[in-house]
Structure formats: structure tokens, C-alpha cells
Design a protein around this ligand. Sequence first.
Ligand SMILES: Cc1ncc(COP(=O)(O)O)c(C=O)c1O
Length: 461
Amino acid sequence: MDGGIRENDISRIVDLDRAHIWHHLIQHKPFETGEPRIIVEGKGMKVWDQNGKEHIDGVSGGVWTVNVGYGRESIANAVRDQLVKLNFFAGAAGSIPGAIFAEKLIDKMPGMSRVYYCNSGSEANEKAFKMVRQIAHKRFGDKKHKILYRERDYHGTTIGTLSAGGQDERNAQYGPFAPGFVRVPHCLEYRAQWDLSGEAYGKRAADSIEEVILAEGPDTVGALCLEPVTAGGGVITPPLGYWERVQEICKKYDVLLHIDEVVCGLGRTGTWFGYQNYGVKPDMVTMAKGVASGYAAIACLVTTEDVFDMFKDDPSDPMNYFRDISTFGGCTAGPAAAIENMRIIEEENLLQNTLDMGERMINNLNTLSEKHSVIGEVRGAGLFCGAELVQDRTTKDPAKEKLVQAVVADCMTQGVVIGATNRSLPGLNNTLCFSPALIATADDIDHITDAVDQALGRVFS
Ligand SMILES: Cc1ncc(COP(=O)(O)O)c(C=O)c1O
């Protein structure tokens, strides 16, 4: 083990962790008697914990991030070389990897043209919200300042992004939130709000966005922020007809379309970006997790040239530019890692692999649903899949969260890491989530779904 820590020091690390670390998203009382999990090492699709136990990672680092897998020396080398040359300079200046990655990124995003660097998905979304507010101020006498967001979507953990948070359980206890954010209905046909199906449902769900715009007043609505495929809100793939209608509505009411690609970006659905599955032309796109697969912290807000132009059209006005900074947006490790990450995706043909392996995973899960009636619906795009668990297929009563978590725990015992929606929607934290690295092989996919098969058998027997 590196860093001067000997293998047999690991129990000391566990003690230090228990004494001082405040883990993310977890209740700590059990650590007073039990051990927190410490992940020590990763290679390819596998990680090892403090006890040396091997796991296959079905969720790319827990939160759909490590798209190209663990242990990529070429990324580490690119970052190391860049750090000794220049580690940081504030983002009012440019950098060599920043410029090179921007060109490569824009090349994958026809219609887009400018890259704003920062360092988390939440932050990138905040930047987009600030741009919408400044455009409203400059162009529309402050009127077009409202930002629409969708029920079940998530855009980040800050108070600003939680104000655009469509997951009531995640938001609970953190209010009051910022004004000027307005919710639109979700588009999950399995939990349909209208007695319609297929394309008719998709169009109706999109029409409900128009209804909100009309109710609020189109001259007050500046932007619509959506995930292309909703992630933590239940792996919701959009119904047919939805996105076409969304695009029409945004155009009709001069509403900027902001797509949150923090999870889908950089290959997760088998295309570079999730929105590219649906022929959408966004005005703003945010991305983070997979941009450098977690080898460095990097997030981007990418805009069209039209959006960019709105911030430079009057240089005589000292307030007429985007007066925003992100200190660590000036770290060069991010774009250096991102360049290499993108090269790997291209050279190893990982988009195609994502489509092929995604299809295998969906097929495997569908086969499991023939055997386990607790699986109500299987959804997914590329290597981004979900299985919604129900008590009864007819009533669709959600499976109890404790049992859903028991499936996750059983898989963990088998050495397979999977995820489930949690603390997201009251009573609806019932979707198992799968997002293995884009390098997954057929054996990896089968290994993961075999573990789920066994876990479902044990938990719901
Ligand atoms: C769709 C989406 N947007 C934004 C975020 C926030 O990203 P970060 O945790 O990097 O701030 C997340 C995180 O899970 C996400 O899933």
C-alpha cells in the first residue's frame, strides 16, 4: 500500500476514520459498534475494502462516476505531468489542458460552443442558474428569472440547487429555499398522473410543462432545467414524444433549455451525452462525474455562442459580463484527466460497449422479472439501468425501503456493489440502480445480475 501506510496499519486507519471522519449521506450511530466501510484499492471493475474483500462495482464508485474504471495509469500520468508543469492558475486566465479539452468536448456537442470550468455538478448547475438570472436582469427587466425544474429530478446539494430539487425527502429539513424555482410534473409513465400511455403520455407530460409556464406567465420564465434520464429519482427514461414537445415548448416561450448531464454525460447512456438520444438542442449543458471518471474534480457548464454573446455585447458596461468565479475551476488536473478519459472512451470503443452491455443488462433484468414478481418495471439507457420493486404488480404498491436496502446489502455480502434510490422520494425509494463502468464485460454484467437474482430470492422468499 502507498503513502507510507503499511498493510497491517489498516486497523489504525479504521480507528482514525471512526474518530474523525464525517461520511457522506450516512447515519453514524452504527459506527460506534461496527466498522465504517473503507475502500482501499480499485482496478478495472473491482474494488477492495479494508478487510481485503473483493467486490465487483456495479455503480462506478457508488455514484455513477468512474466511467473508465479504476487504476488507469495513463490518466494518473497525464495528471502528474500537468501538475509539475502548472497545477493551478485562476480561471480569468486560460490553461493548455483547459483549451485542448474544451475543443475536444465541443467537437462532441454540435451546436454548443463555450466551456465554463468549475468543480462539482452542483456548482455547474448554480452557474447556469446565475446565468439565467443575469440574462433576466440584463434583457428582461428582471422578469424572466424563474427556473422550472421537474419532480423527481436532482441537481445538487447546495441550497440553490436544492431549490430546484424535485426530491422531497432529499430536500426535507433544509429549507427555506431560494425563491423563483417552480416545479413541473415528472414523466415516469409507470407512475402515470394521466390515464394515457406511450407517446400520448409523453406528450401529455410535456404539455404539463406548458401549463406551468402559462400559469406562471411566460414573461416570467427564463429556463427549464431537466435531467435527460432522471438518475437518483428512479432511473427514469423519458417516454416517447416527450423531448420533441419539450423542445417546442421552450422555443415557443423563449425559455432556455438547461440539460443536467452530470450523470449521463461522457458516455453513460451509450452516446456522448444523454440528450443526444432524443435529438434535443440545449442552450446550456452541465456535466461533472464522468468527465474525468473521478481521477480529478472537474465540472463544466457548456453553452451556445448565443448565450455567451449575451455576456459580452456591451463592453462599456462594467457589469456586462459573467461575474462569477470558481477557484478550483482553475485546477489543471481536471482537464488533463478529462482529455485522457475521453481518449480512452474513444480508443476502447466504450460507447459501443455501453450500448451492447446495457442491452445485456436490460435483458438479464427482464429475465429476472419473469422469475421475481417483485420487479415491477425495468428501465434504462446504456449502462444506466433501474429495476423498480413493488409489493404487488397490479396495485404497484412500492416495495418496503428496508427490503430494497436488504437486497443491496445481500449483494454487498456476495461481493457485488449495487445501488438503490434512497432518501429521495417519500415512500418511493424502491428502485435498484445499476451503472457499471463502461468497460464492463458480459461476464461482469452476468455476475451482477446473478447476485441480484440470489438476493431477491433470499429477501423476498
Ligand atoms: C443529475 C445530477 N445533477 C447534479 C448532481 C450534483 O453533483 P455533485 O455531487 O458533483 O455536486 C448530481 C449528483 O448526484 C446528479 O445526480
